[in-house]
Design a binder for this molecule. Sequence first.
Ligand SMILES: Nc1ncnc2c1ncn2[C@@H]1O[C@H](COP(=O)(O)OP(=O)(O)OP(=O)(O)O)[C@@H](O)[C@H]1O
Ligand SMILES: O=C([O-])CC(=O)C(=O)O
Ligand SMILES: [Ca+2]
Ligand SMILES: [Mn+2]
Length: 549
Amino acid sequence: MNTTLNGQPDTPQKTRSLHVTFSLAKHGIEVAEVLRNPAPARLYEEALAHEKGSAISSTGALIARSGEKTGRSPKDKRVAHHPEVTDDVWWGDVNIEMEPDSFDALQQQAVNYLNTRDRLYVIDAYAGWDPRYRVKVRVICERAYHALFMHNMLIRPNREELADFGEPDYTIYNAGRLAANQELPGVTSSTSVSLCLSRGEFVILGTEYAGEMKKGVFTIMNYIMPKQGVLSMHCSANEGHDGDVSVFFGLSGTGKTTLSADPRRRLIGDDEHCWTDEGVFNIEGGCYAKAIGLDPRAEPEIYNAIRFGAVLENVVYDPVTREVDYHDGSITENTRCSYPIEFIPNARLPCVGGTPKNVIFLTCDAFSVLPPVSKLTPAQAMYHFISGYTAKVAGTEMGVTEPQATFSACFGAPFLVLHPTHYAELLAEKIRATGVQVWLVNTGWTGGPYGEGRRMSLAHTRAIIDAIHDGSLKDQETVTDPTFGVQVPLQCHGVPDEVLIPAKTWADPAAYEEMAQHLAGLFHKNFQAYADQASPEIVAAAPRVGEMA
Ligand SMILES: Nc1ncnc2c1ncn2[C@@H]1O[C@H](COP(=O)(O)OP(=O)(O)OP(=O)(O)O)[C@@H](O)[C@H]1O
Ligand SMILES: O=C([O-])CC(=O)C(=O)O
Ligand SMILES: [Ca+2]
Ligand SMILES: [Mn+2]
């Protein structure tokens, strides 16, 4: 076992001498008890004693409730507009500007509130497995559940690293139980997730959804990595026996976590990575899997990771047996589980890998139009990366209850800080330099749109991924999709031929045609915002509208 992964001292004695007294005076916080990097067992005890709705599941996971907010709140995210960041930030719907005075007031509100608590938790840990790019993150929070979540999601320092930690580069103030002061300019609801890039501070008010914290760290990486020529990516990554790396880009719910947990490959990470001159590294120390409908036969690695130390969020369980009903979405569709990456049996530790051999764009197409797998030219890859098409499925963002078409630049617009073209240019360079093959994989609907067809079988998608990895798909004969222009393999081991061609899965070919044109139109409309910055080759890689073959 890699010692850097095990930040917990071996004996209670050592725990006491290292962790009990810890000063947050530098943050303006003085409370009676500050527990720094407590052991998971201690955090269980704390959660059970102090947090309503906590329980231990039959498999040993800590069950927690996040309260009213059970998904991220992207509309309540703000970025402090300091002059030094003016030219860097992609201002608009994703990075909504906030006056620095408002940010300061929110931070003060959070600090004042944290000061009223009897006891706080601090997690000091790292983001980024490559030592050249590692950043120090401090989480200050009121809830033991949040502390255990970030213990799982960040990279755990060993004892020496913790002793030498010093001052953090970034600090998260989580006062999620307190409503944000809506009187402040720029605060438009009781929820506020705000970021000060210049000072490296992140303030959470009015939401206890834990995912905000991990995506806050990702947002920071999306700011600082491209400035160093490193591409930060909303993707999962894994590695084959001969060291071949695949990255799987995709918006929430498209299959990053599900498909990267693969018994034949070592898991590098499930959600956030960076691509450097040497290869890829995971930003995180853990995974955050969707738990809804989790089936031990279909996803055994994830199912078996739900044990002591894991945090199960917003699941429903039997009050007698403490068995979790993974099919019950009555609290939220976005039930989640976080666990340290080493809970996946074939995790790649440290979580780094070489230069990717395959890049896979995952999309969950609710229109049932995109082929289950296709090959993209470099120009098509750029077009699809900038477009970032998927259907948002219920759950991860508040207010989304049924699939809706969405375009999210770089398959992760909510987390971008710079204009999408910066990330796209970095990816284009990588594709040019490495000749990596880019694939588009539709994990969404087949046989008709949402409501008529059904979700692509996971077994078929896994067979497609296997065929990408064993090299067999690359050499298959292909046909050009008449609308999207992408190369569609005619055969794939483990997938019926007719499933590979979406038009053939529809009862009514004319209805398919119409839907394909509809989606192509949506692509065009969305791309207008980027057309003036894209090369003629990329513009020409757009789907065809009107003049059908
Ligand atoms: N064909 C399929 N391919 C992939 N996932 C599928 C498929 N069919 C159903 N699913 C389900 O879709 C969900 C995919 O979610 P997953 O956790 O992998 O999303 P993600 O891309 O990691 O999103 P996030 O960024 O929110 O973590 C899982 O619940 C999985 O069981
Ligand atoms: O952030 C979350 O809550 C989960 C996630 O990975 C995403 O939405 O991409
Ligand atoms: Ca995931
Ligand atoms: Mn994600």
